[in-house]
Design a protein around this ligand. Structure first.
Ligand code: FE2
Length: 386
């Protein structure tokens, strides 16, 4: 049974009764994408999203089979990787899925123990504990598969003080666009197939010691045409949150089905990144060419004072400013949140980003689901995939 939202506490102490501590997670370490052209992807994330050059691995550093660019903004590290020849297994991933997230890396104290504990609970191995060293120390990494071909990599870096990982060199660049205020990854959402949501909820409970603290069924998440179901999984300290979606039957094709068709299987649907100033961040992103979903109708903005209730008093942003930028707003018992969603950032209608600013609220914008999904459906209709 899912927990009441009120019971969630994002402090450092354990938040769930009986929460498992066999897999303490310190945070998200990095997110690695397999892409068709890492050099150009890195340019996109620097130019459009304000990431900074951090590290590089390629022919010049002795990496013969693949090239990786690492970009950073505050606590968010993205790794963009492309194979350098047709024999690399990375090609198969790109051929099947297009550009997308391969690795969600989790920062841990002890990678060997994290691997052992999860494997003993049924995880499928991706990479056995591996020690990598250079003049800056050593890093231990180990990986397990989650949904589809997606991987959780445990990264232990307490004995390392280099830029990123052994094998990478510092990437010095003369091109350094200013950051846009993205701070950390708030949550990452996975799309899985029909009747698979509860399978993966159980997997996160059994293998990772996570708990399900919010659930939305198709009666809550639907429009006139389509529906989906979602359960939010969280680790014990609340730093890592993975909502899991599956499609639900309705008159037309669910956006989750569209994703599964184009990604050709389960995978990461969106990465939500937090900002302290969503108006500044989104203004910058729009000026730099990031495309967002079309705005909700006027009626949506007219209803905001009602929906916010007493939180309206603490609201610092003007509704006019939010509407100009198509930013959405939702409230729960504890506060409000502001959010907006990009269009897919790949050619296939697969991965997209969410920009989120939490003003006390710990939910996921359930009050916005209908307006959001109607907006997505208008995009699906243009693609002929509704
Ligand atoms: Fe989200």
């Amino acid at each position: 049974m899912s927990k009441e939202i009120k019971s969630v506490n994002y402090g450092l102490e354990k938040i769930f009764e009986g929460a498992q501590d066999f897999l303490p997670l310190l945070g998200t370490d990095y997110v690695e994408f397999y892409v068709g052209n890492a050099k150009q992807s890195a340019y996109f994330y620097k130019t459009a999203f304000g990431f900074q050059s951090l590290a590089y691995k390629g022919l010049e550093t002795g990496s013969k089979d693949s090239v990786s660019y690492v970009v950073v903004q505050d606590k968010i590290r993205l790794v963009l990787t492309t194979p350098l020849n047709s024999k690399s297994p990375i090609n198969n991933h790109i051929v099947k899925h297009g550009d997308g997230v391969k690795i969600i890396a989790l920062w841990v104290e002890d990678a060997r123990k994290s691997y052992k504990e999860t494997i003993s609970r049924g995880a499928k191995s991706y990479m056995e504990p591996t020690v990598e060293t250079d003049e800056h120390g050593e890093v231990v990494r180990a990986g397990i598969y989650t949904y589809g071909e997606t991987v959780h990599m445990f990264v232990e870096r307490k004995n390392y003080n280099g830029e990123f990982l052994p094998g990478f060199k510092k990437w010095e660049s003369d091109y350094n666009p200013t950051p846009v205020g993205l701070k950390y990854i708030d949550h990452m959402v996975g799309n899985v197939g029909w009747n698979q949501m509860n399978v993966w909820v159980k997997w996160y409970e059994d293998v990772m010691g996570f708990e399900n603290f919010l659930s939305f069924d198709d009666k809550q998440i639907h429009t006139e045409y389509s529906a989906l179901m979602s359960k939010v999984m969280s680790n014990g300290n609340g730093r890592i949150k993975f909502p899991i979606n599956e499609p639900a039957k309705a008159a037309k094709r669910s956006q989750i089905e569209e994703y599964l068709d184009f990604y050709e299987g389960p995978g990461v649907q969106h990465i939500a990144v937090a900002t302290d100033d969503i108006i500044g961040t989104v203004s910058q992103l729009k000026a730099r060419g990031v495309e967002f979903l079309p705005p909700p109708p006027q009626a949506y903005y007219d209803q905001i004072p009602n929906r916010l209730g007493e939180h309206k008093k603490m609201m610092k942003e003007s509704i006019d400013d939010l509407q100009k930028l198509s930013i959405m707003i939702d409230a729960d018992e504890e506060g409000y949140l502001l959010q907006i969603f990009t269009k897919p950032v790949e050619d296939r209608p697969t991965l997209f980003f969410e920009i989120i600013q939490r003003m006390g609220a710990r939910g996921f914008g359930a009050g916005n689901f209908k307006a959001l999904f109607e907006s997505i459906e208008r995009e699906q209709a243009k693609r002929g995939t509704l």
